[in-house]
Design a protein around this ligand. Structure first.
Ligand code: C5P
Length: 222
């Protein structure tokens, strides 16, 4: 018993996919359901944190105890919403599957089929939200996710360093785990340690992740 793990802490969570519009009826998206991020937001609230949830386009109800929810659609909107809210956050957990690219131009009118000829879409790179935060002198404790199909450990540890993160939660996508599934399994990495969180429900995994984040946060920031 005693104090909840994250009492008095402000936790910002991003969740879900982003949609990058091509024209008024089409977009480039990804298969993130938002379930993991929403479970993380709920677990952080259960741990006593004041939680702000920035959500991409998902069909999920706001979890119990979440103080505020900001709905966004594109990576640019998510970037702006997270950066604006980060000044009031002690911990940022980036669970969103942010689109890496967006169409360079969004057509105001529905694109028409071009009989027989190919259609070329030019894509521009989106800014990295986590990297933008870690480049700021004062920033929250940063937790990222890495969904990988192969070489999970080396890609995750690379992202931990390159994006300047305090912790990364890596999961293998495929084999009934990861996107769109109810279960997941994670390996956590930080600068001088790692922890395995074996396969279980996303809700239980989120509670274990939040407990580890609280522990590392206390060690790093007091
Ligand atoms: O490099 P990759 O996209 O695999 O890294 C995933 C992590 O980086 C996630 O935590 C995701 O929320 C974050 N990310 C971000 N901004 C982007 C792309 C990914 O913050 N533009």
């Amino acid at each position: 018993f005693g104090e909840p793990l994250l009492a008095g802490r402000r936790v910002l969570v991003s969740a879900g996919p982003t949609y990058e519009d091509i024209d008024p009826v089409r977009f480039i998206g990804n298969r993130s359901s938002g379930k993991m991020g929403f479970a993380v937001a709920e677990a952080a609230a259960q741990a006593g944190a004041e939680v702000t949830l920035v959500a991409g386009p998902v069909g999920l109800a706001t979890p119990a105890g979440v103080a505020r929810r900001i709905d966004v659609r594109s990576a640019a909107q998510m970037h702006a919403a997270v950066l604006a809210a980060a000044a009031q956050a002690d911990i940022y957990i980036g669970a969103a599957a942010v689109g890496d690219y967006r169409p360079q131009e969004v057509s105001a009118q529905k694109l028409k089929k071009r009989d027989g000829s190919e259609l070329v879409l030019h894509l521009a790179e989106n800014p990295d939200i986590l990297a933008s935060l870690s480049a700021q002198t004062a920033h929250p404790f940063l937790v990222g996710f890495a969904a990988e199909t192969h070489d999970v450990a080396s890609y995750a540890q690379g992202k931990l360093r390159h994006k300047g993160l305090d912790m990364i939660a890596a999961n293998q996508v495929g084999g009934g785990l990861g996107f769109e599934s109810a279960d997941n399994a994670l390996t956590l990495y930080w600068a001088d340690g790692a922890a395995e969180l074996p396969r279980t429900s996303k809700a239980e995994l989120a509670r274990q992740l939040v407990a580890r984040v609280a522990e590392r946060y206390r060690t790093a920031r007091g």
